[in-house]
Design a protein around this ligand. Structure first.
Ligand SMILES: NC(=O)c1ccc[n+]([C@@H]2O[C@H](COP(=O)([O-])OP(=O)(O)OC[C@H]3O[C@@H](n4cnc5c(N)ncnc54)[C@H](O)[C@@H]3O)[C@@H](O)[C@H]2O)c1
Ligand SMILES: [Zn+2]
Length: 344
C-alpha cells in the first residue's frame, strides 16, 4: 500500500510498501484519514534516531491519527463499521506487571507506532486492537481526531498535577505539548495558566485561549514575572514542557509552598536538583510518560467546547504532498504548531 517511508535519515519517500497484517478477533482495520506530524517524527526524519531508538530499516512514519473502521474482528464489539475513530499508538502486552497494575504506558515491551522497528500509521490502512481505538463524538473531524494524541499528553500532565478548582499553573514552553498542557490545565479547573517561552509567535497562539497568560522570558526573569503576577506567592502547579535543561534553576522557584510540579519535557542528559529547596518548600514532583486512558476524555472535552483544538492545526497537506509536509514541519516556523496530513 502507499505509505510515507523513512528510508534513512533525511530520506523520505511516498511509495508503495508491502504490509502484511492479519486481522485478529480483537482487531479492527482502519482507513487512515488524517495524521499529524509530531516532534518525534521530525527527529527520526532529520537524525534517523532518538536516543537508543535507531532507524536501521525503512520505517513508515506517523503516530497521531484518525480514520474509519472498514473491517472488524469477531470480538471487536466496541466499534461498528464506518465509525470515525482516533487511535492510541502504543500497544502494551496484556499481562505485563505494568499493564496489570494500571500503568500500561510503562510496559517496557509496548509497541508504539513509528518507534523503530515498529512502523507508523502514515499509510492507507492499519490493523489495530479495537480497545485502543476510540469512536469520536459526532461533529469532530478526522484532523481533530488526530490531535487527540498530543492532547492526551497535556491531559495526562493535568491529571498528574491533581488540579483543585481555582488553582493557578505555570507551563514552561509553548510548543505543541506545552500548549496542550496549558489548555488541559485550564479545562481541568485552573483559574489562570501562565505559559512561558522565548518565542513571541508561540506565546501569541497560546495566549489566544481564555485564561492563558503568556510570559515572554526572552527579556524577562521568569521567577520575578511569576511572583509579580501572583502577589509573590507562586503558582499551585508548575509544568515543565520545554525539555530545556536551562529552565531548571528557576523552574521550582515558581511554585507555591506545598505546590506540585509535573515534568513533561524530555532531554538528553541530566540536570542538578536543589533538593533542600524542594524539601523546605514541600514541592512534590510527578513525571509523565505518554498517557493512560486519556483519548476518550480528550475527545469528550473537545466535543464539550471546553477545548478548541482546531486552531492549533497550522497547515494541512494532502497525502500526495506528505514529503513536502515533513519538510515544512522540519523548517520549524515559529508560528506553526501542528502540521496535518489528510488522506483521501
Ligand atoms: N513525557 C512525555 O510523555 C512526552 C511526550 C511528548 C513530548 N515530550 C517532550 O515534551 C517537550 C516539548 O515537546 P514539543 O513537541 O512541544 O517541543 P517544541 O520544540 O515544539 O516546544 C518546546 C518549546 O519550548 C520552548 N523553550 C525552549 N527553551 C526554553 C526556555 N529556556 N524557556 C521557555 N521556553 C523554552 C521553545 O521555544 C519551544 O516553543 C520535548 O522535550 C518532548 O520530548 C514528552
Ligand atoms: Zn506525538
Amino acid at each position: 500500500m502507499k505509505a510515507l517511508v523513512l528510508e534513512s535519515a533525511k530520506q523520505l519517500r511516498l511509495r508503495d510498501y508491502p504490509i502484511h497484517e492479519t486481522l485478529g478477533p480483537e482487531d479492527v482495520k482502519i482507513q487512515i484519514k488524517a495524521c499529524g506530524i509530531c516532534g518525534s517524527d521530525i527527529h527520526y526524519y532529520l537524525e534517523g534516531a532518538i536516543g537508543d531508538f535507531v532507524v536501521k530499516e525503512p520505517m513508515i512514519l506517523g503516530h497521531e491519527a484518525a480514520g474509519i473502521v472498514i473491517e472488524k474482528g469477531k470480538n471487536a464489539d466496541n466499534l461498528n463499521l464506518g465509525d470515525l475513530v482516533c487511535m492510541e499508538p502504543g500497544i502494551p502486552s496484556a499481562f505485563s506487571p505494568e499493564t496489570l497494575t494500571g500503568n500500561y504506558n510503562l510496559d517496557p515491551d509496548v509497541t508504539f507506532w513509528a518507534t523503530p522497528p515498529i512502523h507508523g500509521c502514515l499509510r492507507e490502512t492499519v490493523v489495530h486492537p479495537a480497545r485502543f481505538c476510540f469512536k469520536l463524538p459526532q461533529g469532530l473531524s478526522p484532523a481533530e481526531g488526530a490531535m487527540m494524541e498530543p492532547l492526551a499528553i497535556g491531559l495526562e500532565a493535568a491529571k498528574k498535577g491533581r488540579i483543585a478548582p481555582g488553582d493557578t499553573a505555570l507551563v514552561i514552553g509553548a510548543g505543541t505539548i506545552g500548549i496542550m498542557a496549558a489548555i488541559s490545565a485550564a479545562a481541568c479547573g485552573c483559574a489562570k495558566v501562565f505559559i512561558s517561552d522565548i518565542k513571541t509567535e508561540k506565546l501569541g497562539i497560546a495566549g489566544s485561549y481564555p485564561h492563558i497568560v503568556p510570559i515572554n522570558t526572552r527579556d524577562l526573569n521568569l521567577v520575578e514575572a511569576v511572583m509579580k503576577e501572583t502577589d509573590r506567592q507562586g503558582v499551585d502547579l508548575i509544568i515543565e514542557a520545554s525539555g530545556s535543561p536551562k529552565v531548571y534553576p528557576d523552574f521550582f522557584r515558581c511554585a507555591k509552598r506545598g505546590g506540585k510540579a509535573v515534568l513533561v519535557g524530555m532531554m538528553n542528559g541530566t540536570v542538578p536538583l536543589d533538593v533542600t529547596l524542594l524539601q523546605v518548600r514541600g514541592i512534590s514532583i510527578e513525571t509523565i510518560f505518554r498517557y493512560t486512558n486519556a483519548f476518550d476524555r480528550a475527545a469528550a472535552l473537545v466535543k464539550s467546547g471546553k477545548i478548541d483544538i482546531k486552531r492549533l492545526i497550522s497547515k494541512t497537506f494532502s497525502f500526495d504532498h506528505a514529503v513536502e509536509a515533513y519538510q515544512y514541519a522540519a523548517a520549524g516556523y515559529p508560528d506553526v504548531v501542528k502540521v496535518m496530513i489528510e488522506l483521501p
